[in-house]
Write a protein that binds this ligand. Structure first.
Ligand SMILES: Cc1cc2nc3c(=O)[nH]c(=O)nc-3n(C[C@H](O)[C@H](O)[C@H](O)COP(=O)(O)OP(=O)(O)OC[C@H]3O[C@@H](n4cnc5c(N)ncnc54)[C@H](O)[C@@H]3O)c2cc1C
Length: 308
């Protein structure tokens, strides 16, 4: 158990957190990152990252995040493996307590805790994440050119993912639990108009099927919820689009959240309603791309530096 005092505390070690750290430390601000349970953030789940600028060769998400961490450390950022479990934003300096029993006392805080993907919860799904199972068509759709894929879900995100994928895949199966889509009418119309989309209604995924070496998805075992009839669907990629859970429960008491649970920041800024507290990355914006999270982290740091 220890007490850490710092000018700037960054909660989270994804692209937003590390980028904020690099900017703040370069400006001479004493900066500490609490990494959280998923050190390196969500990108560490990605097998291949091809859209983060500056890298000619395809990177693994883990490798890219290791580089960001090293860059932050080289600039003087302290990175601590711990998880914040409680915050007090009423008094100054701000005090954040952790799972390890540590207290982090800071003049300013950047929240970069991301938004967790809601997965189906199947062991076979977990096994193939990064090897055919994805949560992001924008990130991974490109790898499935001229192949057949499935999108799980029936809301706006699922419809958008499916429509995006029709740009390069041969066929998209949408697996929808009920007999209707929750997506907006215009999206439903576009799905209906697309010759590439087939909707499998009233159905859930029982298992993701695939090979061992190499680890690759080959299909889905799909069950009709009313008849229990099993159907096998041959696909090379599976996109789970049943939602995200922003990691904001800790901050609910102090900060305004929108209806989806995302932190509301001030217009054209990363400042929250509490002076000295900023939010950056997926925790406050819906784009869910590493480069955007990194950009948000840079802006939050610049604002925090000005505040300090
Ligand atoms: C499978 C997959 C593939 C992807 N592929 C791509 C891609 O190819 N290209 C792309 O641009 N984007 C991709 N993304 C999206 C990208 O990973 C995210 O947009 C990006 O990581 C968001 O960065 P962030 O820093 O906001 O949050 P995250 O990366 O989610 O990081 C959040 C951090 O907060 C920490 N944290 C959470 N709670 C606490 C707490 N209580 N205390 C301390 N720390 C905490 C976590 O440990 C984690 O380090 C992918 C996402 C997934 C899931």
């Amino acid at each position: 158990m220890a007490e850490y005092r710092t000018d700037l505390l960054i909660i989270g070690s994804g692209p937003a957190g590390y980028t904020a750290g690099i900017y703040a430390a370069r400006a001479g601000v004493d900066t500490l990152i609490v990494a959280g349970a998923q050190k390196g953030g969500q990108l560490t789940l990605s097998h291949e990252v091809e859209n983060f600028p500056g890298f000619v060769e395809t990177q693994t998400g883990y490798g890219l995040m290791e580089k960001m961490q090293q860059q932050a450390k080289n600039k003087g950022v302290k990175v601590i493996d711990d998880e914040i479990t409680e915050v007090d934003f009423y008094d100054r300096p701000f005090i954040c307590c952790s799972a390890a029993g540590n207290a982090y006392v800071a003049q300013a805080v950047i929240i970069a805790t991301g938004a967790s993907v809601k997965w189906l919860g199947l062991p076979s799904e977990q096994k193939y994440i990064g090897h055919g199972v994805s949560s992001c068509a924008t990130c991974d759709g490109f790898f499935y050119r001229h192949k057949d894929v499935a999108v799980i879900g029936g809301g706006n995100s699922a419809a958008e993912e499916a429509l995006y994928l029709t740009g390069f895949v041969d066929k998209v199966y949408m697996i929808v639990r009920t007999h209707t889509l929750k997506a907006e009418h215009i999206l439903q119309q576009r799905l209906h108009d697309s010759r590439k989309v087939t909707i499998i209604w009233n159905s859930v995924v029982d298992e993701v099927l695939g090979t061992e070496e190499p680890l690759e998805v080959t299909g889905l075992k799909v069950r009709h919820v009313k008849t229990d009839k099993i159907q096998y669907v041959n696909v090379a990629g599976v996109f789970v689009a049943i939602g995200h859970h922003p990691n904001t429960d800790l901050f609910r008491r102090y900060l305004r959240l929108d209806s989806g649970g995302y932190i509301i920041t001030r217009n054209k800024s990363n400042a929250t309603d509490i002076k000295g507290v900023y939010a950056a990355g997926d925790v406050c914006n819906p784009y869910r791309q590493a480069v955007i999270a990194a950009g948000c982290g840079a802006r939050a740091a610049l604002e925090a530096i000005r505040y300090l």
